[in-house]
Design a protein around this ligand. Structure first.
Ligand code: M6R
Length: 568
């Protein structure tokens, strides 16, 4: 998972940056690098594997200077290799960048720049950023902040970016767009720091400024200037971070659950990383240890999981059946072993478990092992039992989930199943290349879309104020949105202590509709999909019985907004 660290001041930058990267090691990475302005030149050292390799490289070829940036990378575009590791330098060596996020339109930008004569030295999406900055400089935009602002107008997706220029050796420029992870600026005495994660720089200062989305910071040793991307000045509010390490990790959030909700765009990016080769439109999951022959021999898949992970499995069933044409059953881990399930060597049993230690889910895996089935797991906790006992696994890459209520593990385990479906489809020959291409493009857009959804927080808070006294709630969905409704109801029960039921909307007329009256709010997931009309009809029926309906609708769907209450 990617991490960023930067420093500007009067001390040697390299040890501070390496130290900060070391504090992010827990997030995992496959390569790392550092760039420091040494006299008038940008010097870069990069290496694959553990940070110790980079440290050795720097020891053998030291770099001295008091401004620099560093990065730990988990590959998305381009294999883990030295030339793909960040920082990336522009063609003429004038600019350097580190980046978290995915440049969704990097292929078209790369083609455009290549046609203009730019030579790329990596396969990454990130490199287009620094080449765009250099193109602007060649066209007279010499100020780094301005060049950064103009560059990001060309980029689609969510990003955290830090840039350095050899022509303005006193500054770093940091930008945040959407939720590809945060940008924390550490305020020191005649020196300043920047990092994707506060723990990287907390050793040096507890005074932090957090960039909001679409803000740009110019960071020198003397100060920090904030602006919006439109150029409006923004006051830099300094937060004093308390000493205790828990609060430090919690950062600007009220509690861990909120933090983890906001981490989703980054977690999802980290989950996609390295598994899709966007250039060749192929999916790679080597940890699954699966050959095409074995994938083709499978006749069935059984997903076992508990709670939120079970609902995630119900969502994944839609992808795997559709893309890989493999029949999927989903079962509760806690029920599975008590009913003598039918399993054989041509069945793959997939356990989904954030912790990797849920006893019921592990017991279901034991049952599968005894019956000679293939065992897979989707886990978040690296090294957990479910990962160790499986024949193959896929990690969620969500980072530690400290909140008891599962949030980012739900979405990342769904992403894992989407990738599994693509991978199985590729190996089993059930996905045509153009369809695979479309699906990989779709998933690359997801982190940014999730980030946009998080921007609705204030509106959702208003709704919560209207309904917090309700004693019961119904969550309705159809198709793939039925398990989403189940998970929504679970969260309401678990967090708000309000009784809630998730129900397949089409089943309401078979009895439960009798429950709906003005005391029974209904949350209806009514997206513009193949069952949209049926969901609208369900909303009308609920309203006819006095129910108050909150619709989760597709952006711009005026019709749903008119028929639901209260107005969005
Ligand atoms: O670690 P696991 O995914 O195996 O945990 C399974 C459930 O206990 C868990 O998903 C639980 O339902 C959630 N924490 C609820 O938010």
């Amino acid at each position: 998972m990617c991490g960023i660290v930067g420093y500007v001041g009067s001390q040697e930058a390299t040890p501070i940056i390496l130290d900060g990267l070391g504090r992010l090691e827990y997030r995992g990475y496959d390569s790392a690098g550092v760039a420091v302005l040494q006299q008038a030149n940008i010097e870069v050292r990069r290496d694959v594997g553990k940070l110790i390799n980079l440290r050795h490289r720097v020891y053998q070829q030291p770099i001295h200077g008091s401004i620099g940036i560093g990065h730990t990378r988990w590959a998305t575009h381009g294999v883990p290799a030295e030339h793909n590791a960040h920082p990336h330098v522009s063609m003429n060596g004038d600019f350097v960048v580190v980046h978290n996020g995915i440049v969704e339109n990097y292929q078209e930008l790369r083609e455009e720049l290549t046609a203009e004569g730019v030579t790329f030295t990596s396969e990454t999406d990130t490199e287009v950023i620094v080449q765009l900055v250099e193109r602007l400089a060649a066209n007279g935009v010499h100020d780094l902040t301005e060049a950064a602002r103009q560059t990001v107008k060309h980029l689609r997706g969510a990003h955290a970016i830090v840039l350095m220029s050899r022509h303005q050796p006193d500054r770093l420029v940091a930008i945040r767009i959407g939720n590809a992870g945060g940008v924390a600026i550490g305020v020191g005495e005649q020196e300043n720091y920047v990092a994707s994660d506060m723990p990287a720089i907390l050793e040096y200062t507890r005074r932090m400024v957090f960039l909001e989305t679409r803000q740009i910071a110019t960071i020198t040793a003397d100060g920090i200037t904030l602006q919006t991307l439109d150029g409006a000045p923004v006051e830099a509010v300094i937060h004093n971070i308390p000493y205790d390490p828990v609060s430090a990790v919690k950062g600007e959030y009220k509690h861990f659950m909120q933090k983890e909700i906001y981490e989703q765009p980054r977690s999802i990016t980290d989950t996609i990383r390295g598994r899709i080769d966007f250039e060749h439109q192929t999916v790679h999951i080597p940890e699954l240890n699966l050959t095409a022959e074995r994938a083709q021999s499978l006749t069935r898949m059984v997903t076992v999981a508990c709670g939120t992970s079970y609902y995630s499995g119900l969502v994944g069933k839609f992808f795997i059946e559709h893309m890989a044409r493999l029949n999927v059953e989903v079962d509760y881990g806690s029920e599975y072993r008590y009913r003598d399930p039918i399993l054989d060597a041509n069945t793959a049993v997939l356990a989904i478990t954030q912790s990797g230690e849920t006893v019921d889910t592990l017991a279901a895996l034991e049952e599968a092992r005894e019956k000679k089935s293939l065992i897979w797991s989707i886990v978040n906790a690296i090294g957990s039992q479910a990962m160790r006992v499986a024949d193959g696994y896929i990690t969620m890459n969500a980072g530690p989930e400290i909140g008891v209520a599962s949030t980012k593990a739900f979405t990342t385990s769904i992403v894992d199943q989407y990738l599994l479906a693509l991978y199985l489809g590729q190996l089993r020959g059930t996905l045509k290349p153009d369809v695979l291409h479309r699906y990989t493009q779709d998933i690359a857009r997801l982190p940014n879309l999730v980030g946009q959804t998080l921007e609705l927080e204030n509106h959702i808070e208003e709704l919560a104020r209207l309904f917090y006294k309700a004693s019961n709630f119904l969550y309705l969905g159809r198709g793939i949105n039925y398990p989403i409704a189940l998970e929504g109801a679970l969260k309401l029960k678990e967090i708000s202590y309000i009784h809630a039921e998730g129900y397949p909307a089409g089943e309401m007329k078979h009895g439960p509709i009798a429950l709906i009256d003005e005391q029974m709010p209904v949350l209806a997931i009514a997206l513009k999909d193949s069952v949209y009309d049926k969901m609208i009809s369900q909303i009308e029926q609920s309203k006819a019985r006095g129910g108050k309906v909150i619709a989760v609708a597709t952006e711009g769907d005026e019709f749903t907004s008119r028929v639901t209450w209260p107005k969005a």
